[in-house]
Design a binder for this molecule. Structure first.
Ligand SMILES: [Zn+2]
Length: 467
């Protein structure tokens, strides 16, 4: 398959440390066993290792098989004669990026309900295109937060065996909602009516091979608590997309690990001080002792870009005719995509987008000022209407505009994302023994974070140069 360099890329980064919430282990399926036999040496550039400290200048990063074998100053590291050398002078070497909220089976079309149904039979072909676009943008790990699990597992296997190229995939599979299945018109819905069903459904989704449990909508505390405790007992984290402050309160009390679309998808009204405190500190802040200031709230993935992408497209509708779309997708899919965007102003989620972005950023700033910076993780709802793969670097930029330092913003899409997934022992940093998922950015993203969108010079995944 040809390597498509696709960059209508609308991306971003952020975040930081291990929180008090439960650390979960994703399944090891996301870790391919393929190993490159060449030793690689990235020589000369600056390294941002993901841990948030001062960057290291004039470095060598040695990659052997699929792991990082050494990181240090040129003067300290011997480069094997047989190594393949990549000159990184004038560039920044950093961990591969994570999109912690995306959709492989959406391409930014204006009709997100129709698209996956209509093209069900071509899901692997289409998701493979999206996966490749993301990897070429420097996204080496992708958390899909709701999509068809079976074909996604097949795609992951194909990436693993080298048949396709794409990021490391962490998959949610079917989305769970509270409701009565007997009253549902759609048999595919994963509806849960009581605690017994909660246990059964979560176990079923876990058995299908999901890496995380995704819940949506309003829940009763006891039922959602059963969802989280079952998921945790199976070593899985719970991702909640609940879109209302009332539902956030329940989700936090039920012990969910990650809250999505906070600030962005709920109402325009501001949060109270109490609610902000709950978001930052969770349900049981410790009141005294040395841990009094330890954060206990869930990880937060604001997905500001979910709204900002509309605002930008309304200001510049020309974007939908960009030739990259025609290049990326098969002709019939391109036609469908383009037709679905004929009347972009009618897409419901876009209504009032400009104002909503402003309100969301203000709420986010308050959250950061209250102490929530270490909870923020970059995810962009990539694939949702007008949110063309990949908007991640723009999300990283939103987080930095809301008060994270550029370094923290980078962490939100590297180490912190890996910590959130429970895989920071393998991913998310440039340190000895970690899997070599690395990008090289031409220039200094700490001065100009938008370089993460425009200047990705190299992408290395599993020790293999992809770009
Ligand atoms: Zn989403």
């Amino acid at each position: 398959m040809s390597v498509r360099v696709f960059s209508i890329l609308l991306c971003t980064i952020t975040v930081h440390t291990l929180l008090g919430s439960i650390v979960v282990k994703a399944q090891d399926n996301a870790f391919p066993e393929s190993k490159s036999s060449t030793t690689l040496a990235l020589v000369g550039g600056r390294v941002i290792d993901g841990f948030g400290g001062k960057p290291l200048e004039n470095t060598v990063v040695l990659i052997s098989e699929n792991s990082i074998a050494a990181v240090g100053k040129i003067s300290e590291i011997g480069i094997p004669k047989t190594a393949k050398i990549i000159d990184t002078n004038g560039m920044t070497v950093l961990p591969g990026l994570w999109d912690s909220h995306g959709h492989l089976f959406h391409i930014g079309e204006g009709t997100p309900t129709d698209f996956p149904n209509r093209y069900k039979d071509r899901s692997i072909e289409l998701m493979a295109i999206v996966a490749e676009i993301n990897l070429m943008a420097g996204i080496t790990s992708f958390r899909d937060t709701g999509g068809p699990l079976k074909p996604q597992l097949t795609l992951r296997e194909e990436i693993k065996t080298g048949k396709r190229i794409g990021p490391r995939l962490f998959l949610a599979g079917p989305i769970l909602r509270q409701g009565d299945r007997n009253k549902s018109i759609n048999n595919d819905d994963y509806l849960i009516a009581n605690t017994k069903e909660a246990k059964k459904m979560v176990t079923e989704v876990a058995n299908q091979g999901a890496d995380q449990i995704k819940v949506y909508g309003f829940w009763d505390l006891d039922i959602l608590s059963e969802v989280t405790s079952t998921a945790h007992s199976l070593n899985l984290g719970v991702d909640a997309d609940v879109r209302h402050i009332e539902a956030y309160r329940t989700a936090i009390r039920a012990g969910v690990d990650r809250l999505h679309h906070v600030f962005t998808a709920d109402s325009l009204s501001d949060y109270s001080e109490d609610d902000l405190r709950l978001l930052v500190r969770g349900e049981k802040p410790s009141g005294s002792g040395p841990s009094a200031n330890i954060l206990r709230g869930p990880y937060i993935i604001p997905t500001i870009e979910m709204r900002a992408s509309y605002a930008r497209a309304f200001r510049f509708p020309e974007i939908i005719d960009h030739p990259n779309f025609k290049r990326a997708y098969p002709p019939d899919i391109y036609k469908y995509f383009r037709d679905s965007l004929n009347n972009i102003n009618s897409i419901p989620w876009g209504i009032g987008a400009e104002e909503r972005v402003k309100v969301a950023k203000n709420k986010l700033k308050r959250f950061v000022a209250k102490g929530g910076r270490e909870q923020l993780v970059a995810g962009c709802d990539s694939g949702s209407p007008l949110n063309f793969h990949s908007p991640l670097a723009r999300e990283i930029q939103h987080l930095s505009e809301a008060g994270l330092t550029p370094m923290e913003a980078i962490q939100s899409a590297t180490l912190r994302a890996a910590q959130m997934q429970g895989v920071s022992d393998k991913l998310g940093s440039i340190s000895v023994g970690k899997i070599a998922d690395i990008i090289v950015v031409d220039g200094d993203p700490l001065t100009d974070i938008s370089l993460l969108r425009t200047n990705v010079a190299h992408v290395i995944k599993d020790g293999v140069i992809i770009r």
